[in-house]
Design a protein around this ligand. Structure first.
Ligand code: C5P
Length: 226
C-alpha cells in the first residue's frame, strides 16, 4: 500500500564517499526509527546497468537520461528489480559502480532521477543515502550527516564485503583502492552536485568507529534535532 507523501515527513540525509559504510549505517538507522530507506546510489547503478545492457555509451547524456524515464525499477522484499529482472547483486560490481559514477556526472541524468528519489519521502520518515541528499534532493532534511572514512579503510571494507559475497577471486585490493580514489576524484570534481560536505551537514568520520557507534551517533543527532 502506498502512503501519502506529506512534505513534512522528516528526512535524515547521509552523504559521503564510496564505501564509507553510509549504506549500512543508513539502513540500520531507518530500521531503528521505522523509517523508509532510499539507496540513491542504487538508482545510478541500475541506470548504468540498463545502459550497459543496451550497449549505450555512458557519456550519451540524452540517451541515458531518456532511459531513466523508460526503465522499470522496483525495490521489493530486499531485492532490486530492473525491467522485471532481479539485479540486486549485479548492480554491486565494480563495473556498475564505475559506470554509475560516469553517468552521475551528467546533469540531465541527475535531473531525470530527482522526482523518483523524492517519491521515497513517505510517512513516517526517510533515511536517504548518497552524495547530494542534503544539498540537492532533500535540502530541508532535518539531519544532514557527511559520513566518511579514509580511502585505505574504505578499500579494506570493500574488499571484505566482496569476499563475503563470494566475489573475492577476481579482485585486486590495490585496484580497489585506485578505483575508490578515482571515483572520489570524479565525484568531487564534477560540476553538478559534486561530492562535498554541505555547510549545514555534520561530519562523521567512521575510520575508527564500529557500525553500532556510527548508528548511535546519527540517532543522537536526529533526536537532538527533533
Ligand atoms: O553509493 P554508491 O557507491 O552505490 O554510488 C555509485 C555512484 O553513483 C557514486 O560513485 C556516485 O558517482 C553516484 N551517486 C551520485 N549521487 C548519489 C548517489 C550516487 O552521484 N546521490
Amino acid at each position: 500500500m502506498t502512503h501519502p507523501t506529506p512534505a513534512s515527513s522528516p528526512v535524515i540525509a547521509i552523504d559521503g564517499p564510496s564505501a564509507s559504510g553510509k549504506g549500512t549505517v543508513a539502513q540500520l538507522v531507518a530500521r531503528e526509527l521505522g523509517f523508509h530507506y532510499l539507496d540513491s546510489g542504487a538508482l545510478y547503478r541500475l541506470l548504468a546497468l540498463a545502459a550497459l545492457k543496451r550497449g549505450m555509451a555512458l557519456d550519451d547524456e540524452n540517451g541515458v537520461s531518456e532511459l531513466a524515464e523508460k526503465v522499470a525499477i522496483r525495490f521489493e522484499n530486499g531485492e532490486i528489480l530492473l525491467d522485471g529482472e532481479t539485479v540486486t547483486e549485479a548492480i554491486r560490481t565494480e563495473a556498475c559502480g564505475n559506470g554509475a559514477s560516469k553517468i552521475a556526472a551528467l546533469p540531465a541524468v541527475r535531473a531525470a532521477l530527482l522526482d523518483l528519489q523524492r517519491s521515497f519521502r513517505q510517512a513516517p520518515g526517510l533515511v536517504a543515502d548518497g552524495r547530494d541528499m542534503g544539498s540537492v534532493v532533500f535540502p530541508d532534511a532535518v539531519v544532514k550527516v557527511f559520513l566518511t572514512a579514509s580511502a585505505e579503510i574504505r578499500a579494506e571494507r570493500r574488499v571484505k564485503q566482496l569476499m563475503e559475497k563470494g566475489m573475492g577471486d577476481s579482485i585486486s585490493p590495490l585496484q580497489i583502492l585506485q578505483d575508490i580514489r578515482s571515483r572520489d576524484e570524479r565525484d568531487s570534481a564534477r560540476s553538478v552536485a559534486p561530492l562535498q560536505q554541505c555547510a549545514d551537514a555534520s561530519l562523521l568520520d567512521t575510520s575508527a568507529l564500529s557500525i553500532d557507534a556510527a548508528v548511535a551517533a546519527v540517532l543522537e543527532r536526529y533526536r537532538a534535532a527533533c
